[in-house]
Design a protein around this ligand. Structure first.
Ligand SMILES: NC(=O)C1=CN([C@@H]2O[C@H](COP(=O)(O)OP(=O)(O)OC[C@H]3O[C@@H](n4cnc5c(N)ncnc54)[C@H](O)[C@@H]3O)[C@@H](O)[C@H]2O)C=CC1
Ligand SMILES: O=C(O)CCC(=O)C(=O)O
Length: 368
């Protein structure tokens, strides 16, 4: 494998190997043009090292676009730990990971993602200050999946508005893939709004928890298996688990009017945005919809303030409507419209950065 051609477009990729704790992690820094790289850390039992590299490269590039779209002074990075989150987590493993993050000397800030929780990063925080999203008692802003889920709700409202002229969430049906930190909160809120849900998760406990919530609300939930979710007869599909789930095979099966979810990198390839468009399915670009968590953790620069985070997260509603409108007027896909907007913003903002010495910008000193 030619590694440099594989990481083309990325600034730095760090392989972290700590034999005493069993840590095998990869940190990818895509771009620090807008600020130090920021992105969560995912823990998954990847089938191969290649799959882990592929994932971290795609995720970190997505963070560059997400940071630009959300207008935060950070660049794109991400980390993955190769391991089973149900069996392989130890405090020592996360401390070792924290030491690798510290070795980057402020070029990379990280927190939770799929398979990791704020508690895991309390251990990492003992080794480095470059950790975000831990509980308030540790000086963090708390669980970042709360604003992420709120952002998905704003995304659903904007999409409803674009489809029907009303942003009312009630009286519609939704299919949700993944009932983890984000998906569960979105499902809960939709049930409270009186929506009908189709749900799937590979973790039975997550399903049972939602079913008991639905029972208390007298709401309707249909549990389907993980393959059936794509064919659900819902109005909107909400992917909240893994990426790459919008591909030629699944687009064929989709019967929804829109896709709006938190999962990172939902489109397997850019051209799948075009396939959705041709099928008349409105796609809400993932990194616009799922920016709530990023907005919260980036806000830790100014000491946590939930009201401010909520206000900034609300902007997702208008951003999405603007992207839908722009895409329509130019005859391009929504993901192309979002990418163009971010690339222009990165260009404009990095010209401003050239006036400063990067290391001297005081705002970058988080919790020193
Ligand atoms: N936590 C956050 O604030 C943010 C999360 N995201 C993205 O949202 C997605 C979900 O993140 P979290 O809720 O934090 O992760 P999580 O790990 O808490 O939840 C993921 C859920 O998906 C389920 N799952 C895994 N494979 C599945 C499959 N094949 N079919 C159905 N369910 C499956 C898991 O059992 C789990 O319940 C990820 O793609 C993540 O990168 C994006 C931005 C922020
Ligand atoms: O939510 C976080 O802790 C960081 C942001 C992130 O990794 C993401 O938005 O995917």
């Amino acid at each position: 494998m030619n590694m440099f051609s594989k990481i083309k477009g990325h600034e730095q990729v760090v392989f972290c190997n700590d034999e005493s704790t069993g840590l095998k992690a990869i940190i990818a820094i895509h771009s620090t043009r807008l600020g130090p790289a920021l992105g969560g850390c995912r823990m998954l039992p990847y089938a191969s090292e290649d799959e882990a590299i592929e994932d971290v490269l795609r995720l970190s590039k997505g963070m560059t676009y997400k940071c630009a779209a959300a207008d935060v002074d950070f660049g794109g990075g991400k980390a993955v730990i190769i391991g089973d989150p149900r069996k392989d987590k130890t405090p020592e493993l996360f401390r070792a990971f924290g030491q690798f993050v510290e070795s980057l000397n402020g070029r990379f800030y990280t927190g939770t993602d799929m398979g990791t929780s704020p508690e895991d990063f309390v251990h990492a925080l003992r080794e480095t200050n470059c950790i975000v999203g831990v509980d308030e008692v540790y000086g963090g802003s708390g669980d970042s999946s709360i604003p992420t889920a709120q952002g998905v709700i704003y995304g659903l409202q904007a999409t409803s508005k674009a489809l029907t002229g009303s942003d009312d969430l009630a009286g519609k049906s939704y299919s949700i893939q993944g009932l983890g930190k984000v998906g569960f909160k979105v499902a809960e809120r939709l049930l409270e709004e009186g929506a009908d849900l189709y749900v799937t998760d590979i973790n039975q406990q997550a399903i049972d928890k939602l079913l008991s919530k639905a029972k208390t609300l007298g709401a309707g939930v249909k549990v389907v298996n993980k393959e059936e979710i794509y064919q659900s007869n819902a109005d909107i599909f909400i992917p909240c688990a893994m990426g790459g789930i919008i591909n030629s095979e699944t687009i064929e099966q989709l019967r929804v009017k829109a896709v709006v979810g938190s999962a990172n990198n939902q489109l397997l390839e850019l051209h799948h945005g075009q396939s959705l468009k041709e099928k008349g399915i409105l796609y809400a670009p993932d990194y616009i919809v799922n920016a709530g968590g990023l907005i919260q953790v980036a806000d830790e620069l100014y000491t946590p303030n939930k009201e401010r985070v909520l206000q900034k997260t609300k902007a997702i509603y208008n951003s999405l409507l603007n992207i839908y409108e722009y895409a329509e007027s130019k005859g391009i896909t929504t993901i192309e419209a979002a990418n163009q907007f971010c690339e222009n913003r990165i260009e404009a903002r990095s010209r401003r950065n050239s006036f400063f010495s990067h290391m001297k910008r005081p705002k970058w000193a988080v919790r020193t």
